[in-house]
Design a protein around this ligand. Structure first.
Ligand code: PEP
Length: 252
């Protein structure tokens, strides 16, 4: 059965004290939840060590993710953080290909493939983000755009690697805009993504978790998560409030 996942992407938000408190609250509130949903938080790099020890100390159910990683294993890459460092610090996941990385830092599918391969080789599970921009949807090219993001990256992986990948469908026009995709738009794209993955990995397509991301909040999560091919969410803004994040998790 596919894993249900709710992951919080904190982006470049919170001080260490605020982030530690948020992680503590989320960890505490997840204690009472049933075990069938994996809860992931992705704080900024500077918070990972502290939050990792906190989660270990509390034997927390919450898993740790990074928001990005280097596209090189080690060496003279000033300012970069390697997959080995992330694994070492206690990360289980790493978000790769977020639209903000594609857009503001010029990350191409070729770079993202390198990052995913490195993440997998270090034992991390990549959360690979795909999604179309507003003009691409308006021009009715959204399926084509997303298929390309999958084919140029995920099709290059071996099957035994692919089963550790989580996909997040994040329509760029819905990220941080308050404009959510309707549950039917999300379901249509998630089913399509599963079919595209199935063309290359027929036995795995049904096992891959596909998360929805883009202004997901407590008020729309029930409807989105109720769809057959929506296996959870990648949450931005609403993951900065423990109450909202937990309410989203409880929406399954
Ligand atoms: C995101 O950036 O991954 C995201 C989904 O953001 P938001 O929930 O704020 O739209």
């Amino acid at each position: 059965m596919r894993k249900k996942i709710v992951a919080g992407n904190w982006k470049m938000n919170t001080s260490i004290a605020e982030g530690t408190l948020l992680a503590k609250q989320i960890s505490f509130l997840t204690k009472e939840l049933e075990a069938n949903v994996e809860v992931i938080i992705a704080p900024p790099f500077t918070h990972l060590a502290g939050i990792s020890s906190l989660l270990k100390q509390e034997a927390s159910k919450v898993s740790l993710s990074a928001q990005n990683c280097a596209d090189q294993l080690s060496g003279a890459y000033t300012g970069e953080v390697s997959v080995k460092m992330l694994e070492d610090i206690g990360c289980k996941y790493v978000i790769i290909g977020h639209s903000e990385r594609r857009e503001y830092y010029g990350e191409t599918n070729a770079i993202l493939l390198k990052k995913i391969e490195l993440a997998l080789s270090a034992g991390l599970s990549p959360i690979y983000c795909v999604g179309e921009k507003l003009n691409e949807r308006e021009e009715n090219r959204h399926f084509e755009v997303v298929a390309e993001q999958i084919k140029e990256v995920l099709y290059m992986l071996k099957g035994f690697d692919m089963n550790r990948v989580v996909v997040a469908y994040e329509p760029v026009w819905a990220i941080g805009t308050g404009k959510t995709a309707t549950s039917d738009q999300a379901e249509e794209m998630h089913a399509y993504i599963r079919r595209v993955i199935g063309n290359k990995f027929p036995t795995l397509a049904d096992e891959i978790s596909i998360l929805y991301g883009g202004s997901c909040k407590p008020s729309n999560a029930v409807e989105l998560f109720g769809k057959e091919n929506v296996d959870g969410g990648l949450i931005g803004g609403a993951s900065l409030s423990a109450q909202d994040f937990i309410a989203i998790i409880k929406s399954f």
